[in-house]
Design a protein around this ligand. Structure first.
Ligand code: DPP
Ligand code: ZN
Length: 880
């Protein structure tokens, strides 16, 4: 589509106060009668035509104030409905459209998932149901009558409260009437109808409102929604305690569907979920699945206040609801689980998904200023970096002012469509802080680099820090300005423990909290009374989403990895040490030499394994520490002229060395972690399983025969999917004569479990062998695979694009395969096709030959005449 710009924002010319929808469901001929109470917007200039949005719509009839509209008095196309001369005051417009849900493959608007009808309207799907002012600043109350075949759809769900139900006039059909008293933008509209099972529960809010809770699933799967239900109740209680926010309707329904473009959707009172974020059982779900379910259930629930009660003025403000709500769900999960472990996982996720976005052609602001297809902006930058920005805000103003600012935000903007400026303004006001430079986080793309140089003067007993920030140009932003950032730090004594912070260059508050504010391009802080050179623990808790260039020695990193009181940095120190070794390893391999053996690193891993075995550290923390940086992590560190094969070889060599050197200790750890207790998905048990799986993996890397024997035993004995899949992973990723047989047996065992087969598809797509591309092509004919189901596509094709060596094959065949898929999928599901193509976002950082293949692939797509706006946008920006 045409680029839309933030600077062009204008208030709507008309407001729609009430929406009355009458939806009569039919697989191929659904009838929608929409009655809108419309009036001119007093805040706009009058005299404008009324232009409603549509998308592939078929108009049946139109009435104005109850009388049929003269065909001369309006224009309707599939994409628009225009009344050139609408009445001056309030009027009623009634429009009937006809839809074909069965052939809606885009999964936007009203479509079929399995045998059920469901909807997805964010961002611009409502216009695929009826003509409307499809923009988030038009807020209306909704009254929705849903009619369907009783046999086909005994369950009829809408937003808000159920007002009534009954037999329809047509035999065999019934209806339900839902009203939502809260004004909402149309992207929060939803309906679901089908033959669904459910579980129910209840929650009593702090002020005594009883809320009926239900989760709907396919028949036979409903018991797998129990964990999601528990998570929902925890989330409801947490939002009351942490933010004073209560639920505001009498019912809260969740529906799990299997065909869904996103993770889930926060429709008012009727959340619709991708079933992978609802369904879990000991037999079918891994611990990561459980954690994701807890997080996504909470996320969508929290949207009720941050997104629904207060929504976005326009789609440029998407981070206002998404970044904030991700921050809220992250804090919730941190409270439910281990805070440092959660923080490490978040940062790993940010670096894996957001940093590459910021470093490549698709870089954009947390609050973008232009888009041509909004669905391409549901990105790691808007979500994850958006959450980091809110986290920084909290650090800067402090816990108390943060809560006061949130209270002010809820109070002031409830029932409205707000902007980022209004949100940040609340915190400026309550804290008295100038947040103008902080706003740059929303207005500048790219990951800032913070450079820190240290100097210890033993005679003067001073320790000097010179800190500087810089930000490289990104597309359309050649020059950048410094942004306010909180830098948490400590000085760790070589013997362990933090030194007291004494300095004339910092405020009392900074010295007391250890959080120093960098407002300018540079800052110097000289600490006093520092007798011995400490190890600098910088950016504790990852207090700002930046990269760090420091002058720490490997000795410092070793000290920090053992003694840093900040657990995030304890993990970070070992990761940094491993990264340095791997970067040298890659260089050596590319120069035809063998990678070094690093005794300090081997020793650090030995100490970690011993600590874990002795129960001195949290198993989940140990598991994260033993996991080496990924191939993509190393590629990002290298940044240019990347050779994926060299990265793979360096990593493999180090893993092998660690596994061999610590084989006995790892085997012992693996045995010790076998859990005889009954299964529980709690964080502590999950941590032990995570550690057990990484112990197995590292052991098998250094001791292939015994390692595979261990993996086969674990596969056989496991009573849960985490351990079973951890074992299968080793068996499938490593070549052996038993591989195919074991893998096939697994897929037969779970032939009726699509979500498990997704893991299996993704695992096969990750095999680091040349044959994998053919294997993936073959799996596309597997009976459980379907190009029309987004989860299957993301598992197999998305999984393959994450296979660093095979997707980036030097012959370009990996890219050619993706091209085939994207071009083939684009006509039916452009959103998913566009998302897959973002796998090319780092193409410029590759070495010359691969870069050439990647560019040629993008150019072949770019010249195709009939691309969707979604794919056209990604390919254009990727080449830009
Ligand atoms: N459903 C997506 C989310 O919750 C978009 N709102 O993040
Ligand atoms: Zn969200």
């Amino acid at each position: 589509g045409q680029p839309v710009r933030l600077v062009d924002y204008r208030v709507p010319d008309f407001l729609i106060d009430e929406v009355d929808l009458d939806v009569s469901l039919d697989r191929t001929a659904t009838r929608v009668v929409s009655t809108l109470i419309i009036r001119p917007n007093p805040a706009a200039s009058d005299g404008a035509a009324l232009t409603l949005d549509g998308d592939e719509l078929t108009l049946v009839s139109a009435h104005l104030d109850g009388a049929p509209l003269d065909p001369e008095a309006f224009q309707a196309t599939p994409a628009q409905f225009v009344l050139p001369n609408p009445p001056r005051g309030r009027f009623t417009l009634t429009i009937e459209t006809r839809l074909d849900p069965a052939s809606n493959t885009k999964l936007m608007g009203l479509y079929r998932s399995g045998s059920a009808y469901c909807t997805q309207c964010e961002a611009e799907g409502f216009r695929r149901i009826t003509y409307f002012l499809d923009r988030p600043d038009v807020l209306s109350t909704y009254r929705v009558r849903i009619e369907a075949d009783r046999e086909e759809a005994p369950v009829l769900l809408g937003n808000g409260n159920l007002e009534g139900k009954g037999e329809a006039e047509t035999a065999g059909r019934h209806w339900a009437l839902w009203t939502d008293p809260h004004k909402k933008p149309c992207y929060l509209f939803a309906l679901v109808a089908g033959d669904l099972a459910h579980i129910s529960d209840a929650f009593v809010t702090a002020s005594g409102r009883k809320v009926d809770l239900a989760i709907f699933t396919e028949h036979g799967r409903e018991e797998r929604a129990r964990y999601a239900m528990e998570a929902l109740k925890r989330a409801m209680a947490w939002d009351e305690k942490a933010y004073g926010r209560e639920y505001d309707l009498d019912v809260f329904n969740i529906v799990a569907v299997s065909d869904f473009n996103m993770g889930a959707m926060e429709n008012k009172g009727l959340n619709v979920f991708n079933d992978k974020y609802v369904l879990a059982s000991q037999e079918t779900a891994t611990d990561d699945d459980y954690a994701n379910i807890e997080g996504v259930i909470a996320h969508e629930y929290f949207h009720n206040w941050t997104g629904n009660r207060i929504t976005c003025r326009d789609w440029f403000q998407l981070c206002l609801k998404e970044g904030l709500t991700v921050f809220r769900d992250q804090e919730f999960s941190a409270d439910m689980r281990s805070r440092p472990v959660k923080r490490i996982s978040e940062v790993r996720g940010l670096r894996a998904a957001q940093f590459p976005e910021d470093a490549g052609p698709l870089a954009h602001n947390v609050r973008p200023e232009v888009y041509s297809e909004i669905s391409n902006f549901y990105t790691a930058t808007v979500y994850q970096k958006g959450a980091e920005v809110v986290r920084m805000l909290k650090r800067l103003v402090g816990d108390e002012a943060f809560r006061a600012g949130m209270d002010a935000y809820f109070h002031r903007y409830d029932g409205q469509a707000a902007t980022v400026e209004q949100f940040v303004g609340c915190f400026a006001e309550v804290s008295g802080r100038d947040l103008d430079r902080f706003m740059r986080w929303y207005r500048q793309a790219g990951t800032p680099k913070v450079t820190v140089r240290t100097a210890h003067d033993p005679a003067a007993r001073t320790y000097r820090l010179e800190i500087a920030q810089s930000l490289a140009p990104t597309p359309g932003q050649p020059t950048k300005l410094p942004a306010t950032m909180p830098l948490a730090l400590g000085l760790v004594d070589p013997e362990g423990g933090d030194l007291p912070l004494v300095s004339a260059d910092a405020s009392e508050a900074e010295l007391a909290s250890g959080v120093f504010v960098l407002d300018d391009a540079e800052r110097v802080i000289v600490f006093r009374d520092v007798a011995r050179r400490p190890a600098l623990s910088f950016l504790r808790g990852f207090s700002a989403p930046v990269t760090v260039d420091d002058d720490l020695t490997e000795q410092d990193l070793a000290v920090l990895s053992r003694h840093d009181p900040d657990h995030f940095n304890r993990w970070q120190a070992l990761q940094s040490l491993v990264t340095r070794v791997l970067l040298r390893g890659v260089k050596a391999i590319r120069a035809g030499r063998a990678p070094e053996r690093n005794a300090a690193l081997v020793a650090a891993f030995g100490a970690l394994i011993d600590d874990a075995r002795a129960g001195r550290i949290d198993p989940a923390f140990a598991a994260l520490s033993l996991a080496l940086p990924t191939e993509a992590d190393i590629a990002r560190e290298i940044g240019e002229n990347v050779d994926p094969d060299a990265i793979y070889a360096a990593r493999k060599s180090l893993r092998g060395a660690l596994g061999r050197k610590h084989g006995d200790a790892l085997a012992d750890l693996h045995d010790w972690l076998a859990d005889a207790r009954p299964f529980s998905p709690d964080a502590e048990s999950a941590g032990r399983r995570a550690l057990r799986n990484i112990a197995l993996a590292l052991y098998a890397d250094g001791n292939i025969i015994d390692g595979l024997a261990r993996a086969h035993r674990q596969l056989r004995d496991a009573d849960n999917m985490t351990e079973r899949f951890g074992a299968l992973t080793q068996i499938v990723l490593k070549p052996s004569s038993a591989r195919e047989h074991t893998s096939d047996a697994f897929s037969r065992r779970y032939a009726m479990e699509p979500l498990i087969l997704d893991k299996w598809f993704a695992l096969q797509a990750h095999i680091p062998e040349r044959e994998t591309l053919d294997r993936v092509r073959g799996l596309m004919s597997h009976r459980a695979f379907s190009m029309s189901n987004p989860n299957r596509v993301r598992a197999l094709i998305g999984g393959f694009t994450g296979n660093h060596t095979q997707f980036n094959r030097p012959d370009g065949e990996g890219y050619a395969f993706l091209e085939e898929i994207v071009v083939g999928l684009d006509p039916t599901n452009p959103q998913v096709a566009a998302r897959l193509l973002t796998a090319m976002r780092s193409w410029r950082s590759l070495e010359e030959i691969r870069r050439g293949h990647a560019e040629a692939m993008l150019r072949r797509i770019a010249v195709l005449p009939s691309l969707s706006p979604d794919v056209r946008d990604i390919v254009t920006r990727s080449l830009g």
